[in-house]
Design a protein around this ligand. Structure first.
Ligand SMILES: [Zn+2]
Length: 308
């Protein structure tokens, strides 16, 4: 029996209770100026009014759960995310962890590896702040040109907590060479590449590095589906080549869309979570993928990545 569960804002879910899962989206992110701390002043009702309809729209195109990928440092508000999720009755998966420099807060700069690991453990096993919601996973990030000392400290803390909880670590990392270094650090700390997600894989132009990281065991997350920067054709080519190479079970697909930004008037402009269901999956079927392959990519893979 599969005892793994996906921890969500609406409680623990088994694979049977879920279908399509979007593994990387946002409901609430503060892109700053971060010193203004607009995220602290946001009104829950105002955000729910704008974002709950987006979740209902996602539900109407068969989305059964959505992963919120906002860590501490860019305005994480799990209380607001929970309220949106409850209003739409759609389970949302949230993260512990901290974004990269210069968004790492002072307290995390001052904290040691052990204290950071304990903080993550508390958010994964007891809950985040007083929301009663447990984080499912650990979100981190690394600089585009390499990992700083503070980022290394966070990564090692995450490795420690990840080993205890089997929580997956996902990192916003733009370059394949930096992911390679992150995996070295994780493996030296006793953590397995199989529980690491390379977020934003698509940005690395060298496909050989996508293959190399899949070979090491990492998840490859193509999370700009429906963006103006990357065409459907680009993603379909990557997916077909990875399936051909035997890595069908390591692919994650999402939009990285949303969201309410409290630094913008009325939360800025939202983009819906529907492109994958309505445009991209039909294109994948047309490219020859069978229904069971598609279910592997958008149902089983995200559950396998985030459940523990
Ligand atoms: Zn994102």
């Amino acid at each position: 029996m599969d005892m793994r569960r996906l921890h969500t804002t609406l409680g623990e879910k088994s694979q049977d209770e879920l279908g399509l899962i979007l593994p990387h989206e946002h409901l609430f992110v503060d892109l700053g100026p971060i010193e203004a701390k607009s995220y602290e002043k946001a009104h829950t009702d105002e955000v729910v009014k704008i974002m709950a309809p987006e979740l209902l729209k996602a539900k109407s195109v068969k989305v059964s759960a959505l992963v919120e990928a906002t860590p501490v440092g860019v305005g994480r508000r799990v209380d607001i995310v929970k309220a949106i999720s409850q209003a739409a009755n759609l389970p949302v998966v949230v993260a512990t962890g901290i974004y990269r420099e210069p968004w790492i807060p002072d307290w995390a700069h001052r904290a040691g590896e052990e204290a950071l690991s304990d903080w993550m453990l508390k958010e994964l096993s007891i809950g985040i702040e007083d929301t009663g919601v447990k984080a499912a996973w650990i979100k981190l990030s690394a600089g585009d040109d390499g990992i700083t000392d503070a980022e290394t400290k966070l990564l090692r803390a995450a490795a420690k907590t990840g080993q205890k909880t089997n929580a997956v670590i996902g990192s916003h990392t733009i370059k394949g060479r930096v992911v390679e270094k992150q995996l070295d650090i994780l493996e030296a700390a006793g953590y397995k590449a199989e529980r690491f997600i390379w977020i934003h894989t698509q940005v690395e132009a060298d496909f050989a590095l996508h293959l190399a990281m899949a070979e090491k065991g990492a998840w490859l997350e193509y999370d700009a589906i429906g963006s103006d920067t990357f065409s459907d054709r680009y993603f379909i080519d990557c997916i077909l080549k990875l399936i051909e190479a035997g890595y069908k079970e390591k692919i994650l697909l999402s939009h990285d869309r949303g969201w309410f930004d409290p630094s913008k008037p009325e939360g800025g402009e939202q983009k819906p979570f529907d492109y994958l269901s309505t445009v991209f999956l039909p294109a994948l079927r047309e490219a020859g993928l069978k229904e069971e392959d598609i279910r592997q990519l958008v149902e089983h893979n995200p559950f396998n990545a985030y459940a523990r």
